[in-house]
Design a protein around this ligand. Structure first.
Ligand code: 5GP
Length: 184
């Protein structure tokens, strides 16, 4: 789905398909260089990271393995509490693995900080993070993603894997919805 197809729903397109692909190629080149000669495991966080994972891994020139986790943050509505439940765990044993977590967006960072601690407790060689998007609030958390796709304003965004009520994940761009879509 392209923004032209749902123009009436969108207040603004923040990132175009071309901008996204160009940036993913840059990040992939950096990751290829940083992990040269090592076996990298990409861990995608479902469901938001599905699209970025699919595109990002194809920009890489090195071999990688992939695995997925699904987590749910306890909390009401849009507020995350930092207490996380594993809905789907990894299939792969992490002992001595170089792990790169691929996340859709870093907002408060509570989910990611929990996830990093959880994966680090499994004996990997290293755990780093690539977050496709990062919001300003994320500066308050004690995690520094090694790779960041884009820093974006503090607005609720959809598209490129990110949903509102499970819709818009298949939008090619990253966009801000019109307030009417939320029923405001
Ligand atoms: P955190 O624990 O960093 O606050 O939560 C991050 C999670 O909140 C993301 O994985 C995503 O599911 C959700 N989230 C945070 N900001 C946005 C946003 O702007 N749009 C969407 N669709 N989800 C968001």
């Amino acid at each position: 789905m392209h923004s032209d197809h749902i123009n009436g729903d969108l207040a603004a397109v923040l990132l175009t398909d071309d901008q996204i692909q160009a940036r993913l190629a840059e990040v992939a080149a950096q990751v290829d260089a940083d992990y040269e000669g090592r076996d990298l495991l990409l861990v995608g966080v479902l469901k938001g990271a599905v699209i970025v994972m699919a595109d990002f891994m194809r920009h890489l020139r090195s071999h990688v393995s992939t695995d997925w986790m699904a987590v749910s943050s306890y909390g009401s509505g849009t507020t995350s509490s930092g207490v996380v439940r594993i809905l789907k765990d990894l299939d792969i044993d992490l002992v001595d693995c170089d792990v790169l977590i691929v996340e859709d967006i870093l907002d408060t960072g509570l989910t990611l900080s929990w996830l990093m601690n959880n994966l680090r407790s499994r004996g990997p060689a290293s755990v780093e993070v690539f977050t496709f998007l990062r919001k300003p609030e994320a500066v308050q958390v004690p995690i520094t993603p090694r790779y960041v796709g884009f820093d974006i304003p503090n607005e609720f965004v959809v598209g490129y894997g990110l949903d509102y009520a499970e819709r818009y994940r298949n939008l090619r761009e990253v966009a801000v919805l019109r307030p009417e879509v939320y029923g405001h």
